[in-house]
Design a binder for this molecule. Structure first.
Ligand SMILES: [Zn+2]
Length: 232
């Protein structure tokens, strides 16, 4: 860890709150599964965790993170220049490659690939996103399952922000509308997080079910899936 990351946070704190004393700060790099940064205030101490994927990032990036986290903590507007610098850096190719490698090293069992023999899941997602969601959904990791599972045709894994689709769909015998429906269903999970009612988990709340019916080949797709297996 560079000796001066705490210093960057102190400086930034003074910029945002010039009239307050800088609280005790603990900044550490932390091995999140994804690029993630967190800040908490506990017993007057600021505890900051910066993704270890950003270890070695240039100072202007760390400075941007300090600004974003502290602004969030103290409900100040986030400076657009900082937000932009941070986003650009994180989305840069080398970062995503590094993140990908680290995920693999951390022993994720999944072999991730969106490109199948017939269908590319990323293209399916992008196309549906434009047609039904005004292009507003951020694409999660899209991957075919490793085997031809029929007990789970598709699911969204929020912990890894991944949509997994069973390989049984990657076949010329599967019509496009069927795989589109499957991905559409999982995209609705991105829009409708699981709700709790008492101790019951509402995985497919009423609003989800209504929106699902808007899919043009809803009935046919459901019939097709029934013959194959189940959908989470
Ligand atoms: Zn579902």
């Amino acid at each position: 860890m560079p000796a001066d990351i705490s210093q960057l946070f102190e400086e930034t704190y003074r910029e945002l709150r010039p009239r307050s004393d800088v609280p005790e700060l603990r900044v550490e790099f932390f091995g999140f599964a994804n690029i993630n940064n967190t800040i908490r205030l506990r017993e007057g101490k600021l505890l900051v965790r910066v993704s270890d994927l950003l270890e070695g990032a240039p100072d202007y990036v760390l400075k941007a993170i300090a600004h974003i986290l502290l602004a969030k903590m103290y409900r100040r507007p986030v400076d657009r220049a900082h937000a932009l610098r941070y986003r650009r850096y994180v989305s840069a190719q080398h970062m995503s490659r590094k993140a990908h490698l680290v995920r693999q090293m951390r022993g994720r069992k999944r072999i991730e690939t969106a490109q199948g023999r017939i269908y590319n899941l990323e293209s399916v997602f992008d196309d549906l996103n434009v047609r039904f969601f005004h292009g507003l959904l951020a694409r999660p990791q899209m991957t075919w399952s490793r085997d031809h599972a029929r007990n789970s045709l598709g699911h969204y894994d929020p912990a890894h922000n991944t949509i997994v689709v069973s390989r049984v769909f990657d076949s010329p015998r599967v019509p496009l509308y069927a795989i589109e429906y499957l991905v559409y269903h999982e995209m609705l999970h991105l829009r409708h997080p699981v709700k709790l009612r008492g101790s019951r988990r509402l995985v497919h709340p009423a609003a989800f079910r209504e929106e699902e019916k808007l899919f043009p080949h809803f009935k046919e797709a459901q019939e097709f899936l029934k013959r194959l297996g189940t959908l989470d």
